[in-house]
Design a protein around this ligand. Structure first.
Ligand SMILES: Cc1ncc(COP(=O)(O)O)c(C=O)c1O
Length: 434
């Protein structure tokens, strides 16, 4: 019998865990190392989602383990009004690397928390309160972050924040707005903002955007879109918040995805990848915005703000990324993975689209590649097949879209591991089609 079927474990889980979304994998994960996680039978499962899209250095990186051990023993957590060297050093490093005049940093724990703080700063700095986001966005589960999250979780929790608006995300594979037979994302954006203007009470504070809408189906904003969005914000005195939870720290082949477009947001949020799997997030903004907020009494006093241990991990993550050239490597490995996926697309009619950047890729599963009919049952079956073969991928199922496999291995994934993952996907697709 498989050790994953441990009756006591599952009985405890059934009786005592709150179910927070979807089904749990029917596995007991005992350990994780490099690009693999291992179940109770010591079966190696290739982790093509970096845990929850976070473990960009793979699991159990020895230098991260050492940093954690050293800081746990020496300098772990402090009174929130105390500062330590790792916090100030990390703020300096992020300011050095961030685009534009983004120089002031707040260190927190989760992505939702960073977006919460960013939205509070935008409200305080502008004196306004309306927040606009994409209709396929995911910014987190806390109050303001979930009010700006439209791809899931809106029903049943009462009113979202007053002044929450959504616009459609530009979708190259499923374009909604055409002009002379061409996709016209600018026309769609113009119309969307015309509608926002109609609904606004004159209090537009900020737009919050992911450069690649990951949970929304790996929708990559087309080149030029972010700049156009920034212009729309500028015309209205709104701030642009860019949420690089998943795209930051090299994932797309650039340190920050917004750099491709030469756009510096007014506020940048980082999370998942910054701690490479440990809870660490950051808000990075301009001196002008930080000064304005401070003068107005900005308050974001949390238990784990400016904690030294996660900050030391963040510093080590940056050191490793820079020393090992992982930004460039993500670009090169991403090309290998994307071309492998395109070969699979020629082989399997269920692949409608391969998209994304660097090592954040989406594979849209449809009934037949030419007709782009969503195939949710096939998508779910495929993910189960992959897991049975030893490949962990993640799927998002959204109305009006096919199922989208999200593939985001660690930045230091080897060529061999990429090829193995592609082989398993190929095999799973062959089995699922049979
Ligand atoms: C783009 C983006 N922003 C924010 C969040 C929320 O981060 P957390 O779950 O750490 O609060 C997520 C989580 O998936 C995300 O993908």
């Amino acid at each position: 019998m498989s050790k994953n079927e441990d009756a006591r474990f599952w009985d405890l889980a059934r009786r005592h865990l709150i179910r927070y979304g979807g089904d749990f994998e029917p596995l007991i994960i005992e350990r994780a190392q490099g690009s693999y996680v291992y179940d109770a039978d010591d079966r190696a499962i290739l982790d093509f989602t970096s845990g929850q899209m976070s473990a960009i250095l793979g699991h159990g990186h020895p230098e991260i383990a050492q940093t954690i051990a050293r800081h746990a023993a020496r300098l772990d957590h402090l009174f929130s009004g105390m500062l330590s060297r790792p916090v100030v050093e990390l703020a300096g490093r992020l300011a050095e690397r961030a685009p534009g005049a983004l120089e002031r940093v707040l260190l927190l724990s989760t992505g939702a928390e960073a977006n919460e703080a960013a939205i509070r700063m935008a409200k305080l700095a502008t004196g306004k309160y309306e927040i606009v986001a994409f209709a396929d966005s995911w910014h987190g589960m806390t109050g303001a972050a979930s009010s700006a999250t439209y791809c899931a979780g809106r029903k049943g929790y009462g009113p979202a924040a007053v002044g929450s608006f959504a616009i459609p995300a530009p979708h190259a594979y499923r374009p909604r707005w055409m002009h002379d037979g061409h996709w016209d994302w600018q026309g769609e954006l113009d119309y969307a903002f015309a509608l926002v203007d109609r609904q606004s009470s004159g209090n537009l504070a900020a737009f919050i955007a992911e450069p690649i809408l990951s949970s929304g189906g790996v929708i990559d904003l087309p080149p030029g879109y972010l700049a156009a969005l920034k212009r729309k914000c500028g015309e209205r005195g709104m701030l642009l918040i860019v949420d690089e939870a998943q795209t930051g720290l090299g994932r797309t082949g650039l340190m920050f995805a917004c750099e491709r477009d030469g756009v510096a947001p007014d506020i940048l949020t980082l999370s998942k990848t910054l701690g490479a799997g440990l809870p660490l997030s950051a808000v990075v903004t301009t001196p002008g915005i930080e000064d304005a907020c401070h003068e107005r009494g900005f308050l974001f006093y949390t238990t784990h703000v400016s904690d030294p241990l996660p900050a030391a991990v963040g510093l080590k993550v940056l050191d490793i990324i820079e020393r090992d050239g992982l930004v460039e490597r993500a670009g090169v490995s991403g090309q290998r993975l994307a071309s492998g996926l395109r070969i699979l697309q020629n082989r399997h009619a269920c692949i409608g689209d391969v998209r994304g950047r660097g090592l954040l890729l989406g594979v849209e599963i449809v009934q037949d590649g030419r007709h782009s009919q969503p195939a949710p049952v096939l998508g779910a079956a495929l993910v189960r097949r992959c897991m049975a073969l030893g490949l962990s991928t993640n799927i998002v199922q959204l109305p009006g879209m096919g199922s989208v496999l999200r593939i985001a291995p660690p930045l230091n994934v080897s060529d061999g591991e990429i090829d193995l993952g592609l082989e398993m996907l190929d095999h799973a697709m062959t089995l699922a089609a049979a």
